[in-house]
Design a protein. Sequence first.
Length: 278
Amino acid sequence: MTTTWFITGTSSGFGRLLTERLLERGDRVAATLRRPEALQDLRERYGDLLWTARLDVTDADEVERVVEDAFAALGTIDVVVNNAGYGVFASAEEASDEQIRRVVDTNLLGSIRVVRAALPRLRAQGHGRILQISTAGGQATYPNFSYYHASKWGIEGFSETVAQEIAPFGIGLTIVEPGATPTGFGSSLDTAPVMAEYDATPAGDVRRAIASGEFGLPNDPERIAGAIVDLVDSGETPLRLPLGSDTYEHVRAALVARLAEHESHREVAYSVVAPASR
């Protein structure tokens, strides 16, 4: 059975890999990206299976128009993949206001815009899946990625809430959390002038680890794309899908530490409850 997908950010990385894999097996793909000509080779190879449109997810009007056009052209869209992203690699002090606005507008507000545009149409057709591409950094943190984490933790909170709201309509939502993977995303990270004050801090340590190649990229991008497709084929709709040994271990460690700290505050938490409520 042919599945129809709508994917943002398809010029490279997971978006491009997913598009290639899906077209190869005969699925239809509405591929959106800033430069549609980047997929000309796939258009020539797969013809009408590929529908493309220019999309900048920071433009609310453009998001609404492109989503409307995609549903009109393809009739039904079974899976919406929120994949477009932007990363800033800088300490909290180093990043500029423009960089902060862009990372939030792309990763958080851009993803929200796509979901809000798609939901009325998914409800009308009575089924659908939303895959929100996040990261291990949606639940764990690393120095120099504070604004990236802010956007990803934000979209995970949004997605977790929306998943509850849309389940009665037959629409599933899964947050996909790939770990560090050689997709080229790291080389496209935006940076800022380095402040010497942070050189002897964890921020400096991470900067040097990435520069030297010691910051590992243990995961296979093709296998991650395959796992995403397999999830949709299975019909399962977990809230989260961790992909990568680093995602599994780092998120698990973060959750264990968070729970331990949470439990340590039980006594003070209950101490502020009004007597009448106890």
